[in-house]
Design a protein around this ligand. Structure first.
Ligand SMILES: Nc1nc2c(c(=O)[nH]1)N[C@H]1C(S)=C(S)[C@@H](COP(=O)(O)O)O[C@H]1N2
Ligand SMILES: [Mo]
Length: 256
């Protein structure tokens, strides 16, 4: 199993995120004046000159950040989109294992389980999912491990799916379980965000195995680890579900 290492350039991106560069004027004004990186390092007693201390600083900022972001998050904010000419080729693979270990999900027997606070708990076949309306987006994926890349995903807005299955939209969380044992969860406003997609295609083709066949959640307002691949089960709940990296100290809110 890999552990995550954060290089200074990525740390910068995360600190920016942690400090709330979410393009909301009130929030920016609040945070810009109140906290600087230097100020934070004083506040938390961490030096920011070496990697382990950057990591522990980020953990502290992150905890603060989950609380602040929860009430400052603007569900209307859109992630930037890009022209097709800017797509990163080849788009990088990442997981907690190597590319040759990506799980091969059988298309015929695949069923997407839907459970928890939803009216319609029927399990979806791939054919049923493929028959749903399809929209495309070209957005940037940012991984905390030090890279970002622009890709093109297609699928159904997740909010449309949640409404279709009669999910309790006042529930707090949506959790995801994946074919490789990975799991993660998001807050309901993010689940209903217009750019949050149940993605079945990548760059105009069936989602390749390495990018999460048969289904991934594409959430451009969230960091890479909050974009689950090979999704097998979706559940709507009021109990905090955590996640694979989140349980190891990564910011649950994980905005980008
Ligand atoms: N099922 C599953 N989903 C996952 C992961 C994983 O290990 N397993 N890794 C996450 C992380 S950290 C990243 S950066 C992205 C990478 O997605 P990509 O391979 O499409 O670039 O998948 C996310 N979703
Ligand atoms: Mo990642």
């Amino acid at each position: 199993m890999k552990t995550k290492r954060i290089d200074p350039q990525t740390a910068d991106l995360i600190v920016k995120d942690a400090l709330g560069e979410l393009h909301i004027p009130a929030r920016r004004a609040f945070l810009r004046g109140a906290v600087t990186l230097g100020g934070l390092s004083m506040l938390t007693g961490c030096s920011i000159s070496d990697e382990p201390s950057i990591e522990s600083l980020l953990m502290k900022v992150s905890r603060f950040n989950d609380k602040v972001q929860a009430w400052l998050f603007d569900p209307e904010r859109l992630a930037p989109t890009y022209p097709a000419s800017m797509i990163t080729r080849p788009f990088p693979f990442n997981a907690f294992y190597g590319e040759n270990k990506a799980p091969i999900v059988d298309a015929e027997s695949y069923r997407l389980e839907v459970s928890g606070k939803v009216a319609d708990k029927h399990a979806w076949s791939l054919a049923e999912l493929l028959a749903l309306p399809h929209t495309e987006q070209i957005t940037r994926h940012i991984c905390v491990e030090g890279w970002s890349a622009i890709g093109r995903w297609g699928g159904l807005p997740f909010g449309d799916f949640l409404r279709m299955v009669g999910a309790d939209l006042s529930a707090k969380y949506v959790g995801f379980k994946c074919a490789d044992g990975y799991h993660t969860s998001i807050d309901m406003p993010t689940a209903l965000h217009p750019q949050t997609l149940m993605a079945l295609s990548y760059d105009g083709e069936t989602l390749p195995v390495r990018y999460g066949f048969p289904l991934k959640l594409r959430i451009p307002t969230k960091l890479g680890y909050k974009n689950p691949k090979h999704v097998q089960a979706i559940f709507v709940t009021n109990s905090y579900p955590g996640g694979y990296w989140e349980d190891q100290g990564y910011n649950w809110f994980g905005g980008s």
